[in-house]
Design a protein around this ligand. Structure first.
Ligand code: GLN
Length: 490
């Protein structure tokens, strides 16, 4: 069995396949072989598509594209998809008992787009239930383990996607990010993850958590693959009312143009977010920032109210979740339970108690509370007001610097079970990431280095639609650190 394909970057895979399309089968074999060897320890997936099915999908694809040479841009590339993104004919559980047997009759727009460029879906990755969590431990099925250290979590909620990449079980992956769920696992599994500008990537077919912040985005083992995948999934979609009215953008082209021109930028180092981080994380991330400061101009910037951002985020996320999740009533959506001779309330209660896990039920209750009469002004409205202020604060920072940097996560990946002892600590660990979601700006997490064998990530955030700049800095840093295409031993 050849292992050359396991860590091969997407941009190299597509060269291989364009010289001989049939190499794609050898590639599929090696990915499935790898899954066979490591998945029982990592558990990155909730559903794995049987290999024969993937084979026949690709055979059909080859028949179809034969006549349209050249091959579609990402022909044959295997992508792991987070289990809250609807895939036609492939079970989509959202990490929940509520949707345990749900097989979507349609594809999300992002999935349609992936298929259009020739990508191949081989599995649905594990996640926290309804994307609520930072470790994959709220998954109704099992937690995923961090391939770099199996007794630790891979981060979350898109932890399955990060772990699948780090373990060599997929070449690229999709995650979703409402409050850090792409960047957190990217940092913890030593991969690259981008949360796009709100509205850049369609949410049609993404199972909603907090609609004003949810975004789908790419995760990859190097910057170029991130840019390729972002190009494939982004663009206007009339089926999503918050989709930005934009012409298609080729991020690979823009990235190459920037790398060629090498503009010098002004980088703001977010003081509070470095100060709030564990020593080892701070040191690791600082030294990766040093690489950037060797070329760009770095200044310290201050953003007070970081703790308040976490509070505002959780209030808004829970409020929106309580409304979004009301559709799971067992009639329109969700678990089916026997209803004969029972009151509506009885059946409904059973659906929601059996279907939802503890964390989800807790958030629905808290969300309903912050929206209830008498408390709405005190919590929800105040959080919205804070959100506006935060945006003004950030905009004034971005009038002085081009981007801001911070550790993606303030602590190293926790051991399994560790967070359950202290739920507030787990929420506070989202301090760097939730800011981008509250204001809708893009942010990227880039591998910064290992400390005692544990991964740490650097987050770069900037204004709306600055994805090319984020990719540019990521590529520059990658070139210096060589932290690319890494696969954990497992
Ligand atoms: N930790 C965040 C939460 O639990 C992550 C949410 C997300 O981005 N899906 O809400």
């Amino acid at each position: 069995m050849s292992y050359k394909y396991i860590s091969m970057p997407v941009h190299r895979l597509i060269e291989e396949f364009s010289s001989d399309v049939h190499k794609v089968f050898e590639y599929i074999d090696s990915i499935y072989d790898r899954i066979h060897r490591v998945e029982s320890r990592v558990r990155a997936f909730i559903t794995i598509v049987p290999k024969e099915q993937v084979y026949s999908y690709v055979e059909n694809l080859i028949r179809r594209v034969r006549s349209t040479y050249p091959l579609p841009r990402l022909f044959g590339v295997i992508v792991g998809v987070k289990d809250n993104i609807s895939t036609r004919g492939i079970r989509t559980t959202c990490g929940s008992r509520m949707l345990e047997n749900y097989i979507p009759p349609y594809d999300a727009t992002t999935i349609e787009k992936l298929r259009n460029v020739g990508m191949v879906i081989h599995g649905k990755t594990n996640m926290d239930e309804f994307a609520m969590g930072s470790t994959t431990e709220t998954s109704a099925f099992y937690p995923t383990r961090n391939p770099w250290s199996l007794e630790r979590v891979p981060g979350g909620s898109s932890g399955g996607s990060g772990a699948a990449l780090a373990a060599g079980e997929a070449s690229v992956a999709l995650g979703s990010d409402t409050g850090g769920s792409i960047r957190n696992p990217a940092a913890y599994t030593m991969v690259y993850g981008l949360k796009p500008t709100y509205g850049l990537v369609s949410r049609y077919g993404l199972i909603a958590y907090a609609s004003s912040m949810d975004q789908i985005g790419p995760m990859a083992r190097n910057t170029l693959d991130l840019a390729l995948t972002l190009t494939a999934i982004s663009g206007h979609d009339p089926r999503d009312s918050t989709s930005l009215p934009m012409q298609p953008v080729d991020y690979v082209e823009l990235l190459n143009e920037l790398l060629h021109r090498e503009p010098r930028l002004k980088i703001g180092i977010l003081k509070e977010l470095f100060e709030g981080s564990d020593d080892e994380v701070r040191k690791t991330v600082y030294s990766s920032v040093d690489n950037l400061c060797a070329y760009h101009e770095c200044v310290e910037v201050s953003m007070p109210y970081t703790k308040e951002a976490v509070a505002a985020y959780y209030i808004i996320a829970m409020a929106e979740a309580s409304s979004n999740l009301s559709r799971f009533d067992g009639v329109r959506y969700g678990l089916k339970v026997p209803v004969e001779n029972r009151s509506w309330i009885d059946a409904y209660t059973e659906v929601r108690t059996r279907g939802f896990g503890y964390e989800v039920r807790k958030r629905i209750a808290l969300g309903a509370y912050v929206l209830s009469m008498g408390y709405r002004d005190m919590y929800y409205i105040r959080a919205l007001r804070f959100r506006r202020m935060l945006k003004e604060n950030l905009n004034s920072i971005f009038s002085k610097v081009d981007v801001v940097v911070s550790p993606t996560m303030p602590i190293p990946p926790p051991k399994l079970g560790e967070f359950f002892e202290d739920p507030v600590k787990i929420y506070l660990a989202d301090v760097s990431t939730v800011i981008a979601n509250l204001v809708g700006y893009p942010a990227i997490s880039i591998p910064a280095g290992f400390w005692n064998g544990l991964p740490a990530g650097l987050q770069i955030m900037s204004k709306s639609l600055s994805e090319p700049i984020l990719l540019y800095l990521s590529a520059q840093l990658e070139e210096r650190t060589k932290l690319r295409d890494l696969i954990a031993e497992v």
